[in-house]
Design a protein around this ligand. Structure first.
Ligand code: BGC
Length: 248
């Protein structure tokens, strides 16, 4: 059976696996390859090719996450990857390079789609905001299961500061913030989003969500807030799902 291939392109590793969309899980064990330095589109294309070759039985579309803004296949911003990506028609470039239909999607948008379809927000109607707390803050707005892409809510300015530069998990680590100190910053952040969007639910992803019991209960907001459940599988699963929808 043909399963779409999902690829999660991150700063340190590039991971891929074919995804069984009926089950919402990997159809085979994932493969991880180190991200080349510099991570230019050409260098990264080589890794994508290797991953595609690793799964010869997955012949359907390929979905790839990007930690930046994607508009109709073109990369518009890439704060944490090589500047050579900006302006690249990545869908066209990789479709050509891999000989397969390729669709790129913002990393948080992929995680959002996956959490709504298979994870913590499964079956939830109305507006769900999925945030990923990592090097930056990624966001996905999903309304009744439909994604509004490129929301970039990590770049909201609060008190003259870009939110992700004050409240991302990387800042907690860099400044050695205690859980309560970090939760105070997150409270200000989520209250701002609450005021702007009045969502039904916040889902909190990113690696640190595995320690959600340390900080989620300390975030003082009205809206329900829950940890993501797909953990580090969300990017691969969401990318494969988006690619399969775009291809059909
Ligand atoms: C980028 C977003 C990305 C997020 C998480 C932000 O700095 O602007 O596009 O989703 O980091 O990687």
């Amino acid at each position: 059976m043909d399963h779409p291939l999902g690829i999660d392109f991150g700063g340190t590793g590039i991971k891929g696996a074919p995804v069984d969309l009926a089950a919402g899980d990997f159809a085979q064990k994932k493969v991880k390859i180190d991200t080349p330095r510099p991570a230019t589109p050409t260098a990264v294309a080589g890794v994508f090719r290797e991953l595609v070759a690793d799964f010869p039985r997955s012949a359907a579309a390929v979905g790839i996450t990007v930690p930046g803004v994607m508009k109709r296949g073109v990369v518009h911003s890439a704060p944490n990857i090589d500047p050579a990506w900006i302006g690249t028609d990545a869908d066209a470039l990789f479709t050509e390079a891999l000989g397969r239909e390729v669709h790129l999607i913002n990393d948080a948008d992929a995680a959002g789609l996956a959490e709504v379809e298979y994870g913590a927000a499964r079956g939830r109607r109305g507006l769900v905001i999925v945030t990923t707390l990592g090097t930056g803050i990624g966001s996905a707005l999903v309304h009744d299961g439909v994604l509004v892409p490129n929301s970039e809510l990590g770049h909201v300015q609060i008190d003259g500061r870009v939110a992700e530069q004050h409240a991302a998990n990387s800042i907690r680590e860099r400044d050695d913030l205690s859980w309560p100190e970090w939760a105070e910053r997150l409270t200000v952040y989520y209250r701002t989003l609450e005021r702007l969007f009045t969502p039904e639910l916040f889902v909190v992803g990113g690696g640190v969500s595995q320690q959600s019991e340390e900080f989620l209960p300390l975030i003082e907001i009205e809206t329900e807030i829950v940890p993501a459940t797909l953990r580090n599988r969300a990017g691969i699963i969401g990318a494969a799902l988006a690619a399969s929808r775009a291809a059909s």
